[in-house]
Structure formats: C-alpha cells, structure tokens
Write a protein that binds this ligand. Structure first.
Ligand code: NAD
Length: 289
C-alpha cells in the first residue's frame, strides 16, 4: 500500500480524496490510501479524512506519495518539498510555470529515486481518444485549435501554461512542435484575454493555437485540422467512459509506483511533458517581447 497525502482541497483535491476512498475495485487504485490532507484553511476533516500539517506529512513514514492539487503557481515549491523528502509526487498539470523549474524537478526526482507524475486527464477522455484515432497516420497540411472559457482565478499562470492541456493535445496528435510567433492581448477592465501562438510541426506544417477567456464565455474547443484527403472540423462526441478521468490517472500513477510502467514509457512521458513546458515558456517569452 502507498500512503498518500492530498495538498489543496479544491475541485481536483476533493476528487483525489474521493477516488482514493472509493477506488475502482480490482484496479491499481486500491494500492493508494489517503492518510490525510493539507490545506491553508483550518478544515479539520474533509470527506472524513483528517487534516495534517505539512511537517507531519513530510516526515511521516507511512506517507509515500503526495498529490499536489493547488493553484498552478504553488506547484513548483510543493513538488520540490515532497521530492526532497523522498516522496513520490503526482502533480496536477501544469507541473510548474517554467520549463527550467520542471527540468530541475525531474532531475531531483531521478536523484531521489522517486516517481514524478504529471496528471493529463485531457488525454484520457473518450472524445480525445476518438479524435486521435481519426487523425492517426494522416499527414496534416494545416490546423487550428481555438479554446474559449471563463476568466481564471489568480494563481493559474500565463495562458500558455494554464492551457497546457490544449498544447498537450497538439503535441500528442502531431508530434514535436516549434513556435514561430505568439501574441497576447488583454483588456483587464473587461476581464478579457487572448493568446495566439503560431506553431510548426516537424515537417513545417502550420498550427495555430488560441486561448481566449472572458467572464461568461462558454467553455469550448473549436478545431480545424486539414489533411490531404479530409478535414476534422469538430471534436468527435464519444459516449462517456465508465471509469472517471481522475480515477484512470490514479491507476496510471499507481502502476508507476508499482514498477509496472516500462522505463521507455516513463521516458516518453517525461520528454513530452518537458517539450510542452518548453513550448509554453517560449510562447510566453514571445508574447512578452
Ligand atoms: P481550486 O481553486 O478549486 O483548488 C485549489 C485549492 O488549493 C484551493 O482550495 C486552495 O485553497 C488550495 N491551496 C492553494 N495553495 C495551497 C497550499 N499552499 N497548501 C494547501 N492548499 C492550498 O483549483 P482546481 O480546479 O482544483 O485546480 C487545482 C489544480 O488542478 C490546478 O493545477 C489545475 O490546473 C489542475 N486541474 C484541475 C482540473 C479540474 O477539473 N478542476 C482538471 C485538470 C487539472
């Protein structure tokens, strides 16, 4: 069994606790048990799980793993703190708000001999799996992904990082990308922001990624991927899976802790995550320059 602590009990943290209390029967999630949670608020208990101090979690011999479920800007320090203490870490995306910090954390995890896992539930949805099947093996000519949504609370970072799930889709679908240009417009008074990044695939096919937010904007993703013989103009709508997305991620994390994921697969994931964060960093630099 892997004793765990959940840091931050907002939406994601609450689901992490629920999933460990009611793991999918017969799955690897049963190997994780929640021993407590850490919050800045004085909550005492949450879903009948006890609040504990960070100090107790760090030195607790029965705590082997930490789930970092706070706002993005605090991920880096919290991940480092638990890795330093020799604990495995599952962090909700994005791991950090800079590429350099993520690369350092990965080195630290390797030095400590522990697992560092970044959750990517966007890759686990049935809609996405269907989309991936549709574009698999096709040669992209050009494409775009335009995300809209409501304004984020403070602490979630620049849109290239807070929207890393969209970038991760593009990299998972079309392979390594480079950034050719990026712009950022903002009207703080209206709570409006729009980031536009121009990307290129390794065979120089253009992809445009837009993150647009304003209070009240509907959460949508519009895609237009053009191939030589057809185009995908909307995300497929597949029936929902029976296993929740965070539960699937929990099972994957547990498999890593149990040594059931090959070093090659671990490395592929590490390379993809660092590549996305490096692109996000570059987009942010271009937007600010
Ligand atoms: P949220 O605002 O609902 O929750 C964040 C919680 O963390 C808050 O309760 C806050 O008080 C707490 N917190 C902040 N700093 C803390 C600290 N130092 N110690 C203890 N608690 C602290 O946000 P959320 O939607 O749950 O998102 C959390 C993370 O999960 C983000 O990184 C987000 O990108 C990721 N994520 C969320 C979802 C989702 O569906 N909500 C999906 C994928 C990824």
């Amino acid at each position: 069994m892997f004793g765990s602590v959940v840091v931050g009990v907002g939406r994601a943290g609450g689901v992490r606790i629920r999933d460990m209390l009611t793991p999918l029967p017969g799955s690897g999630a049963e190997k994780l048990t929640v021993r407590g949670f850490i919050s800045r608020r004085n909550l005492n208990t949450h879903q009948d799980v006890n609040q504990i101090s960070a100090e107790d979690a760090l030195k607790g011999e029965d705590i082997h793993a930490a789930f970092i479920c706070t706002e993005n800007e605090s991920h880096e320090d919290l991940v480092r703190m638990f890795l330093e203490a020799g604990k495995h870490v599952c962090v909700e995306y994005p791991m950090t708000l800079s590429y350099k910090a993520a690369a350092e954390l990965w080195d630290l995890a390797q030095k400590k001999g522990v697992i560092l896992h970044e959750e990517h539930i966007e890759l686990l949805t049935e809609d996405y799996k269907q989309l991936k099947k549709e574009v698999d093996g096709k040669v992209l000519l050009e494409g775009s992904l335009h995300f809209t949504g409501g304004t984020l609370k403070p602490g979630f970072g620049f849109p290239a990082f807070s929207g890393i799930a969209r970038l991760c889709w593009l990299v998972d679908l079309f392979g390594e990308l480079s950034v050719t240009a990026a712009t950022f417009e903002q009207d703080a008074g209206k709570g409006y922001s729009k980031m536009t990044a121009q990307l290129l695939t390794s065979n120089s096919r253009p992809l445009t990624w837009v993150e647009e937010r304003q209070d009240g904007l509907l959460r949508t993703k519009k895609v237009n991927f053009v191939f030589d013989d057809f185009a995908v103009t909307q995300i497929p709508s597949a029936p929902k899976g029976t296993v929740g997305l965070f539960m699937q991620d929990l099972i994957h994390f547990s498999a890593k802790l149990s040594g059931q994921v090959s070093p090659e697969e671990l490395d592929r994931e590490r390379v993809r995550i660092l590549h996305c964060l490096e692109l996000a960093d570059r987009i942010q630099q271009l937007c600010k320059s």
